[in-house]
Design a protein around this ligand. Sequence first.
Ligand SMILES: Nc1ncnc2c1ncn2[C@@H]1O[C@H](COP(=O)(O)OP(=O)(O)O)[C@@H](O)[C@H]1O
Ligand SMILES: CC(=O)N[C@@H](CCC(=O)OP(=O)(O)O)C(=O)O
Length: 256
Amino acid sequence: MSKLTILKIGGALLQQPEALSDCLRYFHELPGHKILVHGGGRRASQISKAMGLTPRMHEGRRLTDEVTLEVVTMVYAGLENKRTVAQLQALGCPAIGLSGADANIILSEKRRGGAVDYGYAGDVVSVQSEQLQALLSAGLVPVCCAITHDGQGQLLNTNADTIAASLAAGLAPDYEVELQYCFEQPGVMRNIKDPASLIPSLNPDSYAYFRANGVIVDGMVPKLDNAFRAVQAGAKRAVIADLAGLKSGTGTEVVD
Ligand SMILES: Nc1ncnc2c1ncn2[C@@H]1O[C@H](COP(=O)(O)OP(=O)(O)O)[C@@H](O)[C@H]1O
Ligand SMILES: CC(=O)N[C@@H](CCC(=O)OP(=O)(O)O)C(=O)O
């Protein structure tokens, strides 16, 4: 089986040009097949505020009304995706920018939130692995954003960590998949202000413990839920780290 690395970049990283460029260079130099997934939530919040809108999140997911869907589509599928693709091309990487609607790669459905109305937030239903395999076999490097579709013409906003894990799960039968979540912290920590408190590995029991104790909160919850889902679906490895950690092999490894 050939190796496939899925790297997800998000958060503050996307807003620091130098850190982003280091990260893209690291990605370009990875051996084997690879897919980049990017978020852009902070940029979307900034632009929303500049437009007089108030960003609203619930458990790490954006409440996406109609106008917010327009903003996130412009930011994720437009600005962030095309800028990232252009930077990768400048490194000599044959990148191709995709939303979930392109080649129908990721089908999703409107999130059912019970009491919480998530609006046009989408949960992944299926991944078209054949189309992605065709792109990978042609030597292309997919760059996927956080916009998906429901197959009926409706675009949906999907957490980028979920996209990365869904791709990892969908491609695990055909590749030896490693899922890497790169963000601005060294990994999951006992005390978010103390990098020395890094938790080197988490299993479902220790995750439940740290979550119950309020050590793991906010955006880290969907990130870890997704990482566990990916390894349970057959991904060989899932790790959460900053760029230095990814390069040196440290960070938080998620084990089933
Ligand atoms: N125990 C923890 N260790 C590290 N980060 C944590 C922890 N608990 C919560 N977080 C928060 O989770 C955030 C990462 O989630 P998120 O902002 O969604 O990342 P990204 O934008 O990369 O998807 C961190 O920036 C941090 O504020
Ligand atoms: C439904 C939902 O929450 N979508 C996310 C998609 C972007 C994202 O995940 O960006 P980061 O990885 O940079 O946080 C959002 O709009 O914030």
